[in-house]
Design a protein around this ligand. Structure first.
Ligand SMILES: [Zn+2]
Ligand SMILES: [Zn+2]
Length: 433
């Protein structure tokens, strides 16, 4: 694992030329989603985070679609919308996620999630009409269908060739194109004759571009990163930096050509399916350890949940650290509230952390402005020393991460000088230096 992997950072003269966009979120009409999630909260929180563009999420849901039609109006930028009450605020792109559960190539129970982008409310109306004949759109903000996902692409492309299909969180064990439980070994095997209409893949929280660059079969796809937020606080934990000018056709062009500035990445180890393991037994294993144990939990003998890193290694044909030419930068960040919490030695939900977060956002403009943009000299005027040191360590990639597994989130730590007893905590540190 030793080797020169450092955090990549956008050059200073790029600032002002790109904007940040989070395309994949959910509304309160999706299961297990905060009741706050809707247009007003998305507009407010996107502004605090420093996102200039945010997905609406869930446009297939009849009640939410009514809300979108009432609360949004066309923005000056082609194909985008804005909250009527906040016309200078963040722009909205019409987005939804669909789940297909189907049999294909002699295997039942293929489960694929797809992020869909649409160029107008009129097109969304037609999409919803077509899909309402094939499943229950009001059951969940992320509706489920029983037909192959390639049929979804074929059907919706007849409505508009401008609709974009992005296989979502492509490595998660459940519900993804390459998932260990329900997926395929290639995009082509899944989408067959519709493959040419797939040009971007969402890496998901548990993988980053570096991991995906190891699979040469993915070279032709643009890698995007989104939060998949189910609550306002999670918005923008991953995002994409598109070049201005902003418009729906420009976003489609960037997704087709890969002409993005960078993506904002969660440390993939923080994702809850990064490594292999068995949650009930508290067993966390690296891919090689899983192989050594024959895929069984060393405690109970049950089946292990095979995580994202394992699947990447199965499909990879390049060594760790390989970087193809001309790709957008991969910028790893830790959410500001986590940095504050660790600097203050408090939980991220504590009142003091929330208060400090609000103060810093007010003084700094937005979360991304603090995390990414402002020079240290400027930050030093209003950011307490220890939090500033945290920001510096995050920018330099000097953090420790204990990998997530089998539904358990990984843990990032910024201020730990010595990795504790557990050997896996030191992995990121080793790979960074
Ligand atoms: Zn999903
Ligand atoms: Zn077990």
């Amino acid at each position: 694992m030793a080797g020169g992997r450092r955090n990549e950072w956008p050059p200073e003269d790029w600032f002002g030329k790109f904007y940040l966009a989070d395309l994949h979120v959910h509304s309160r009409f999706s299961r297990a989603t905060s009741r706050e999630m809707g247009v007003p909260a998305l507009a407010r929180v996107a502004r605090e985070k420093g996102l200039a563009l945010v997905g609406t999420g869930d446009f297939t849901h009849p009640e939410y679609f009514r809300e979108l039609s009432e609360l949004l109006e066309p923005a000056p930028e082609e194909g985008l919308y804005v909250y009527r009450e906040d016309p200078d605020g963040p722009r909205f792109i019409l987005s939804a996620e669909v789940s297909n559960i189907f049999a294909q190539n002699h295997r039942k129970n293929r489960r694929i999630h797809t992020l869909i982008l649409a160029p107008s409310l009129e097109v969304v109306r037609e999409i919803n009409l077509a899909l309402s004949r094939l499943g229950d759109l009001s059951a969940d903000g992320r509706p489920t269908f029983g037909f192959p996902v390639k049929e979804l692409v074929r059907l919706l492309r007849q409505i508009s060739p401008e609709i974009v299909f992005i296989p979502a969180h492509v490595w998660t064990p459940w519900y993804s194109v390459f998932g260990s439980f329900s997926g395929f070994d290639s995009v082509e095997e899944c989408f067959e004759e519709e493959t040419e209409h797939i040009f971007a893949l969402e890496t998901g929280l548990s993988s980053d571009p570096e991991m995906n660059w190891r699979v040469s079969a993915l070279d032709r796809y643009t890698l995007v990163s989104n939060s998949d937020a189910h609550s306002p606080a999670k918005l923008g934990r991953e995002a994409n930096a598109f070049w201005y000018p902003m418009s729906y056709p420009e976003i489609v062009r960037a997704l087709k050509t890969g002409d993005l500035a960078f993506t904002v990445e969660f440390y993939p180890e923080e994702g809850k399916y990064h490594f292999d393991g068995h949650r009930a037994c508290g067993v966390l294993l690296a891919p090689a350890e899983t192989r050594a144990h024959g895929g069984r939990c060393p405690v109970c003998g049950g089946a292990l949940t095979v995580g994202v890193m394992h699947r990447v290694e199965e499909l990879a044909d390049r060594p760790e650290g390989f970087r193809p030419e001309g790709r957008p930068l991969s910028v790893h960040l830790v959410p500001l509230s986590e940095i504050i919490a660790e600097a203050l030695g408090l939980g991220p939900q504590s009142k003091q952390v929330k208060r400090t977060y609000r103060q810093l956002i007010e003084l700094g403009g937005s979360e991304f402005s603090l995390l990414l943009e402002k020079p240290y000299e400027e930050l030093a005027d209003f950011v307490p020393d220890r939090i500033l040191e945290g920001l510096r360590r995050v920018r330099e990639g000097r953090v420790f991460v204990r990998p997530g597994y089998d539904g358990v989130y990984g843990v990032v730590s910024i201020f730990r000088e010595e990795p504790p007893g557990e050997e896996k905590d030191s992995l990121r540190q080793q790979s960074l230096f």
